[in-house]
Structures are given as structure tokens and as C-alpha cells.
Write a protein that binds this ligand. Structure first.
Ligand code: DLL
Length: 428
């Protein structure tokens, strides 16, 4: 059931609210952030030119490089004394992107997270075990605030310490686990090693996000842990988790909280807006952030938008689940390929565990790609059989064959216990 009336409002009401908030956001950015004033002046756009949401395309875009160049606080629109909290993105190279929140921004974040958890089917009666990392990463704090605002009980475990996670989960009877998709499988493996049946654990819902998760991977999570898997999406630059989430009723696309974040999908090459239904790069504009208004942020995430009605009754636009980033694309001997395509193909093979690793090398001036997959503990097929099935399936589905496929035994691929999983290792 929807938590706020705007979730089920008609398009006219939504567009009106978006327009009001967009005008205020643009004014805030123009008046208080020199970076935006210059970018808008350069394009010959003034705040007064922005009347409806259709005018959004007249605004300049913001990129992750802009965040880096404005490090640490060049994009802030408020005085430091009005900043109540700071977080940072989880970038692995270079300086992180620093993000800031006023009191009002934190209220908005709490509210979209409470909405997200309600959409995931969480109720006041539930105990939410939060296994997202706490600290600069927005996952831990975001889930905590949402659960508390909703009125659920919260267990602030943070990432890692899996034996303790299992102990608390079993002793306290956690209903919901919030963590990355890869960690939920790690926890299932760990439970098995401890002699527990993952399907018998008390949790009935896993709220996973912060990493891509293809359909076969989601099916593995749902089957092994006997749970409903709910995909939650977000990014620090815009708010953290809580930009969009699946509803438990339909699990069919992620409801974007579009009264707070305005989504567009563009062609990543040309920057042109794409019509609903077409996949491209997600671009987001914050509609009520005070400390860090962000205009047309190029997320790098690939998705598409749809405006048809959802069975749950919410009327929001929905985005497809994000299985990759525009800059994840591998170009191997002229073939363009996303790691998620490889994942979806191999994880679907009977006898292959939902784990894989891709290594890229240069050999004799040519790209070489090696794929490592894991044999499932209960597999009927031998390592040799699996190797040829993986080759054949990749060839048949993607017209692609790696230079080498290695099938390792159960547990043979290194797991990530905290933070985001890394599956592609580029040695070039
Ligand atoms: O990962 C926020 C978050 C925390 C989302 C907990 C969901 C749950 P960042 O560290 O800034 O923020 O990383 C953002 O992670 O641009 C996507 O590439 C990726 N990402 C986040 N959620 C999903 C998802 C958090 N559900 C970046 N599916 C984003 C696929 C996701 N990718």
C-alpha cells in the first residue's frame, strides 16, 4: 500500500509538483552555486526560462568529473553551518564525491526511504537487519533512517562479520535483510558451512541494491534464501538509497520517487533524450535538495523508463533494473559486451554457482578475456562438462567466446564480505 498520496496521484498533479520544485531547485543552484551559474550563463538559460518539466532539457548536465573538479564542496549551495551531515560516494579511484544534507534534506531522505521500505512490504511489525556498511557510504544510514521513520525495528549490523549476522538473525528472528545482492549469497554460503539451511533462516525479504543484479542472480537469491527479493536503487550524488525501489506486490520495475528526483533517459553518445521504453543512460535532477541541488546528473547507469500502470496501484514512472553502467562496457575484439550479459548467461546454467570473475589482458597487442565460473556444490555436471557448456552457451546467446574459461570448485571464487563486489579485473 502506498505511504503517501503522491505515489498514486495522476500525472497532472505529479507534473505540477515537479515543476514547482524544479523551479526552486534551479533558482537555488543558479543563485548559490557558481558552477551552475556559469554553466547556465554559457547556455544562455536563466532560472525564469524554466517553467515546466519539459524545460529541463535546456539545463546543463552534471558529470562525475564535475564533482571531482569541485571537490570537496564547490557544488554546495548552503553555508557550511547549515550542513547537518556529509557522506561520500564509494568510488574506488581518486577523490570521493562529497555530498551534503541540510535538516530538510535529511527529512526528505528519511521519507523516501520509509516509502521505499513500505513498497518493499516492510511493516511496523518487522525487524530489519541492516547489513549495509555504515560510515561515509550512504547505505547504512539510509536504511536505518528509513526503517525508523516507517516505525519498524532496526538491527544496525553494518557490513561483514557474517557469523554474528547469522547468530543475531536466528536469535532475534529478523524478518528483513538489507544488503548487497552478492552479500546475501555470501551469507547463504556461510550459513550452509555452519550446517544451517539458508531457506530456513527467519528472513522473508531481502532488500538488495548498491550493485547490479541480473534476473538469474535474483532468482538464485530468492530460491536459496526462500525470500522475496526487492531491488532498491540510489546514488550518493542524488541522495543515497531511496531514488527508486520495486514494490513487493508486482516486483516489476522500480518505482521512481519522481516528486523528489526527476528522471530522464538519454543516448549516452549524443546526449539526446530517448523516448519511454528505450534503454540509455539515466539522468537525474534533484527536486528538493537544499545543500546539494544537482541538475541533470549523468549517472552512467543504463536503464529505461515506463509510464504504464502498476498492479500495486502506484502511478509513478518505473525504471528497469540497472544491470550495468555505460562505462562498464567491455570492447573485446570489436565486440561490445556488458559484464551483466555474461552474468545472465552463465548464472542461468544448471550446475554453475551464481559467482563469476572476468579478467582482461593484452596479449600480442590484442585483448584477451578470461572467464572464471564456479561449479555449484550440488552440480551433477563435471568441471570439464561445465566448461564446454559455458563456451557453447556464450557462443549461442552472445556470439562470443572468451579466450579461456576456468571452472573452479564450490567456493573457489573470492567473495566480498564488505562493500561492493568486484567482478571485472582489467589488467590491460
Ligand atoms: O550505492 C546507494 C545505495 C545504497 C543504493 C544501498 C542501494 C542500496 P553509491 O555508493 O554512490 O550509492 O553508488 C551508486 O551504485 O550509480 C549504480 O551504479 C550502483 N547501484 C546502486 N543501486 C543499484 C541497484 C549507493 N539497485 C551506484 N542496481 C549507482 C544496480 C546500483 N546498480
Amino acid at each position: 500500500m502506498a505511504r503517501e498520496s503522491i505515489e498514486t496521484a495522476d500525472r497532472e498533479t505529479v507534473r505540477r509538483r515537479q515543476a514547482e520544485r524544479l523551479r526552486e531547485t534551479v533558482r537555488n543552484a543558479y543563485e548559490n552555486v557558481p558552477f551552475y551559474r556559469e554553466a547556465m550563463d554559457e547556455r544562455g538559460v536563466e532560472p525564469a526560462d524554466i517553467e515546466t518539466v519539459d524545460d529541463v532539457t535546456r539545463l546543463p548536465t552534471t558529470t562525475k568529473e564535475d564533482f571531482r573538479e569541485q571537490y570537496p564542496d564547490g557544488l554546495f549551495a548552503v553555508d557550511r553551518s547549515a550542513v547537518r551531515r556529509l557522506h561520500a560516494s564509494s568510488g574506488t579511484t581518486g577523490k570521493p564525491k562529497i555530498v551534503a544534507y541540510t535538516d530538510a534534506d535529511l527529512d526528505v531522505w528519511r521519507e523516501v526511504m520509509a516509502r521505499s521500505l513500505a513498497a518493499a512490504g516492510v511493516t511496523e511489525a518487522d525487524l530489519v537487519q541492516n547489513a549495509y556498511g555504515y560510515g561515509l557510504f550512504t547505505g547504512g544510514a539510509g536504511l536505518q533512517q528509513g526503517a525508523e521513520t516507517l516505525g519498524a525495528s532496526l538491527l544496525p549490523m553494518g557490513g561483514g562479520d557474517t557469523a554474528k549476522q547469522l547468530e543475531m538473525m536466528c536469535d532475534l528472528g529478523s524478518d528483513v535483510l538489507a544488503c548487497t545482492p552478492s552479500y546475501s549469497l555470501y551469507l547463504a554460503d556461510h550459513a550452509e558451512r555452519q550446517g544451517l539451511d539458508p531457506a530456513e533462516l527467519p528472513i522473508s525479504t531481502v532488500i538488495f541494491g548498491a550493485e547490479p543484479c541480473t534476473d538469474p542472480m535474483r532468482e538464485a537469491i530468492e530460491r536459496r534464501l526462500d525470500v522475496t527479493g526487492i531491488d532498491i536503487y540510489g546514488l550518493s550524488e542524488i541522495v543515497g538509497p531511496g531514488v527508486s525501489v520495486e514494490c513487493h506486490e508486482a516486483q516489476d520495475g522500480l518505482h521512481v520517487w519522481e516528486d523528489r528526483f526527476y528522471p530522464e533517459v538519454i543516448d549516452p553518445e549524443t546526449g539526446e533524450p530517448l523516448p519511454a521504453g528505450e534503454a540509455g543512460e539515466l539522468v537525474l535532477t534533484t527536486l528538493s535538495k537544499e545543500a546539494l541541488p544537482v541538475l541533470r546528473y549523468r549517472t552512467g547507469d543504463v536503464t529505461s523508463l515506463r509510464y504504464d500502470a502498476c498492479d500495486c496501484g502506484r502511478t509513478t514512472v518505473r525504471m528497469d533494473n540497472v544491470t550495468g553502467r555505460a562505462d562498464d562496457m567491455l570492447v573485446v575484439r570489436g565486440l561490445n559486451l556488458y559484464p551483466s550479459q555474461i552474468e545472465a548467461t552463465v548464472v542461468d546454467i544448471d550446475g554453475v554457482a551464481p559467482q563469476y570473475r572476468i579478467d582482461l589482458y593484452t596479449r600480442d597487442n590484442l585483448d584477451a578475456i578470461e572467464l572464471t565460473v564456479e561449479r555449484a556444490a550440488d552440480a551433477d555436471r563435471t568441471v570439464g562438462e561445465l566448461e564446454s557448456v559455458v563456451f557453447d552457451r556464450l557462443d549461442a546467446t552472445l556470439s562470443f567466446t572468451p579466450d579461456a574459461v576456468e571452472v573452479v570448485g564450490a567456493g573457489g571464487i573470492e567473495r566480498t564480505e564488505t562493500g561492493k563486489v568486484k567482478r571485472v579485473y582489467d589488467h590491460r
